[in-house]
Design a protein around this ligand. Structure first.
Ligand SMILES: [Zn+2]
Ligand SMILES: [Zn+2]
Length: 274
């Protein structure tokens, strides 16, 4: 069996392994290079709470991915989906780049929806309630949001009609970018200016994690920052002014304990509608 064959027959396992590898290497780097930013005991407690979300997300994700794959085979067999109307889509490059960008736009729309619809925001704010953003924040997602996110992916796949290979490629990029966007490490300003023209950098995603509006509603982008620039949601904020968390949930007794975090969406919001 060749490496390519192995990867294509074990896509889920390969992706999980890759994701785990990226997270743990960056986590190690954070522990080594960001010493002093947070005490070792506090960091461990924080990481442990966030990592527990892996155990709620994995079974949901694996189960619902089966439905996503069923939709993919249905759309592919019928040549269904927006991609079939893109001029030149028979060309491999046009096919992959168009779908990558369209899927990224879909993720942008999804993220805006999670912020703007009160009920969905109550689930998404769990991700925002982390008062110390590091690689472990990447997996801090309420299981309710995992269901909604995968549900939206089913919709995007149905609308666009991508091949499985596009989804695998996209998922790999997306996971790597999401982990990088949450590291404590920030890019030097000059590098950030250039990379941020196209991509969501850690500096840009940190703005999204600032505890107060309007910054929380900036930089919704997933991999690309072009949608934020296009739709007027792009924003920058100096590191000295950035404070992580969400103003309605700053009590660490709630936001720092796994079981209390799970209850957040079912409690009344202090300020309904944010
Ligand atoms: Zn958000
Ligand atoms: Zn985030």
């Amino acid at each position: 069996m060749t490496v390519t064959q192995f990867i294509s027959t074990h896509q889920d396992a390969v992706q999980i392994a890759l994701y785990a590898f990226i997270i743990s290497s960056l986590w190690l780097m954070e522990v080594c290079f960001s010493a002093g930013l947070i005490s070792v005991k506090k960091r461990w407690q924080h990481n442990k709470t966030n990592l527990l979300f892996v155990f709620t997300a994995l079974p949901i994700q694996l189960m619902l991915t089966t439905i996503v794959l069923l939709i993919v085979s249905w759309t592919n067999a019928r040549h269904w989906g927006l991609i079939n109307y893109i001029p030149g889509h028979q060309n491999k490059w046009i096919y992959y780049i168009s779908l990558f960008m369209l899927l990224d736009l879909c993720e942008y729309i999804y993220h805006v929806v999670m912020h703007k619809i009160d009920l969905l925001w109550k689930f998404h704010l769990v991700h925002h309630s982390d008062q110390h953003v590091d690689v472990s924040t990447t997996v801090r997602e309420h299981p309710g949001e995992t269901c909604v996110r995968t549900g939206f992916l089913m919709l995007w796949v149905f609308i666009l009609g991508p091949a499985v290979s596009v989804l695998v490629l996209r998922q790999t990029f997306q996971s790597a970018f999401n982990v990088l966007a949450h590291t404590e490490f920030r890019l030097p300003q000059k590098v950030n200016k250039i990379a941020g023209l196209i991509f969501i950098t850690p500096n840009l995603h940190h703005v999204h994690h600032h505890y107060q509006l309007p910054h929380t509603d900036r930089n919704y982008g997933d991999v690309l920052s072009i949608w934020d620039r296009l739709f007027g949601t792009f924003g920058e904020l100096d590191v000295k002014e950035t404070r992580f968390g969400i103003d309605t949930h700053m009590n660490e007794k709630v936001t720092g304990r796994f079981l209390n975090i799970l209850k957040i969406p079912f409690q009344k919001l202090e300020r309904p509608g944010k």
